[in-house]
Design a protein around this ligand. Structure first.
Ligand code: FAD
Ligand code: AMP
Length: 472
């Protein structure tokens, strides 16, 4: 029986990063994963690289180029002929990027001397794991430490069963061979909005059906309002308070039935994307037999040091309750690898996890929303700055959106930063660093920001907390 100091189950951004960090710290490491990629071969990178973060951003970027050519070039004095879209080429570009990046992880495994095992892992207890390879052959390996990083999978609702053709999940929505004329999306969460944006920019009529009455309830209210305005103005029809209760697939398309406060309604689509959330992936792990405790929603229970109910077995990333984000999974992975190696005892703390939604304008935040501070009775101050007053944003024809900084009234400590605007996915890191260092708005206000940059909007919002913004 092969034996390792650390065995990682799952090679998504949680698992592969944990494996690399453990190997860096001198451990003997193996990583087992069962993912089969588009070419029918075993591949690394999990949801994020294969059907999540990376392919969605590749298509978002392609569709943004189309949008610019069609709608923004003119303002710059550039005339182009008719803009046509070759969907198979666009999708093939996305596939090439995925292949390069997943291949890159295989290279990193080799460099760090991590043993890669292809197959599905099942916990046997006492540090033993049974692995069934894709050809059905079996082996048992043992490890002093086991890190479970089995991630999540899309929730499949019985009223809209995916068929890989008319009704698809996030994987299928990244593989359409042509632009659907009428596209329905169930769920106005991050994934629904990003995928809806891709196909809208390429020409689909997009309708998003969302059961909840509020739009982007997790975001700051003011940001959610601005986002709703921007997304609607792009022609995406967002219907709130619309709970899908049935679907019927025919040769011509799919008929969706949904309930609203006014009663039952129907809509016809050529394709339907189901994006109603994700659930922890523990199928096949043998959790019950091994005595691995799950919570009532199926997430693996861990303490603040990632330890599960089983000795020597840790869990990280999407399979543990918390933000279902790739960067959170990776940081969990680093922390648990360091804990196992006896490094400094860091504990789980998601106060400074940034959130990003890659619509256009982009949305990003870290920390508390204004409504949460109000609900908690915290005395706070707020400062905002619009991109319309940013020289760089105006030079880019991207004056939409704003930045808002929230601080504790008594100390000026930053409690939350909220952004909607161009490339705020890149800008949010400055706010995260500030919060990690417990900075005040005054610290940001006294920091020299290069001119002209989009990040000056954060500088000005910090000044605005003290009512001394210079450019509004
Ligand atoms: P996963 O990436 O899900 O990896 C788990 C791995 O474990 C898989 O490879 C699976 O095959 C393997 N596995 C499971 N069970 C077993 C078993 N028993 N034996 C062997 N192997 C097993 N997050 C962001 O931060 N930014 C984004 O922009 C973003 N965009 C997204 C867009 C889409 C369309 C989707 C679907 C998700 C997106 N996410 C994004 C979320 C992100 O993909 C996840 O948070 C992240 O992948 C979680 O990482 P993980 O390592 O926990 O799990
Ligand atoms: P998220 O969990 O952020 O990916 O978002 C998924 C969204 O889908 C949530 O806002 C849910 O309210 C929404 N949702 C779930 N089930 C349905 C349904 N049957 N009809 C419409 N929206 C739904």
């Amino acid at each position: 029986m092969d034996s390792y100091q650390t065995l990682v189950i799952g090679a998504g951004p949680g698992g592969y990063v944990a494996a690399i960090r453990a190997a860096q710290l001198g451990q003997t490491v193996a990583c087992v994963d069962r993912w089969i990629g588009a070419e029918g071969k075993s591949t690394l990178g999990g949801t994020c690289l294969n059907v999540g973060c990376i392919p969605s951003k590749a298509l978002l970027d392609s569709s943004e180029q189309v949008h610019r050519a069609q709608h923004q070039f003119k303002a710059h004095g550039i005339t182009v002929g008719e803009v046509t879209v070759d969907v198979p080429t666009m999708v093939a570009r996305k596939d090439k990027i995925v292949k390069q990046l997943t291949g890159g992880i295989a290279g990193l495994f080799k460099k760090n001397k991590i043993t890669r095992i292809e197959g599905s892992a099942e916990l046997l207890g006492d540090g033993k794991v049974a692995i069934t390879a894709h050809d059905g052959s079996q082996q048992t390996v043992s490890a002093e430490n086991i890190i479970i990083a089995t991630g999540s999978e899309p929730i499949n609702i019985p009223v809209a069963k995916t068929d890989g053709d008319r009704i698809v999940d996030n994987s299928g929505a990244l593989e359409f061979s042509e632009v659907p004329k009428r596209l329905g999306v169930i769920g106005a969460g991050v994934i629904g909005l990003e995928l809806g944006s891709v196909w809208r920019r390429l020409g689909s009529e997009v309708t998003v059906l969302e059961a909840l009455p509020d739009f982007l309830a997790a975001a700051d209210d003011q940001i959610a309002k601005e986002a709703a305005k921007a997304i609607k103005s792009q022609g995406i029809d967002i219907r709130l308070g619309a709970r899908v209760t049935g679907t019927k697939v025919s040769k011509k398309g799919v008929t969706v039935t949904y309930e609203t406060a006014e009663g039952s309604e129907k809509a016809e689509f050529d394709r339907l994307i189901v994006a109603v959330g994700r659930r922890p992936n523990t199928g096949g792990l043998g959790a019950e037999n091994a005595g691995l405790k799950l919570d009532e929603r199926g997430f693996i229970e861990v303490n603040d040091q990632f330890l599960t109910s089983l000795p020597g077995v840790y869990a990280i990333g999407d399979v543990v309750a918390g933000p279902m984000l790739a960067h959170r999974a990776s940081e969990d992975g680093v922390m648990v690898a360091e804990l196992i190696a006896g490094e400094a005892g860091i504990h789980r703390d998601y106060r400074c996890v940034p959130w990003v939604i890659y619509t256009w304008p982009e949305i990003a935040w870290v920390g508390k929303t204004e409504q949460a501070l109000r609900a908690e009775g915290v005395e706070y101050r707020a400062g905002s700055f619009p991109f319309a007053a940013s020289g760089r944003a105006r030079a880019m024809e991207e004056g939409q959106g704003f930045v808002k900084v929230l601080t504790e009234a008594s100390s000026d400590r930053i409690l939350g930063v909220h952004m909607i605007g161009p490339y705020v996915s890149e800008m949010i890191s400055e706010a995260v660093v500030a919060m990690e260092f417990d900075a005040s708005a005054e610290d940001l206000a006294r920091t020299i920001h290069a001119h002209p940059t989009l990040s000056e909007a954060l500088h000005e919002a910090a000044l605005a907390v003290d009512k001394r913004a210079l450019h509004i």
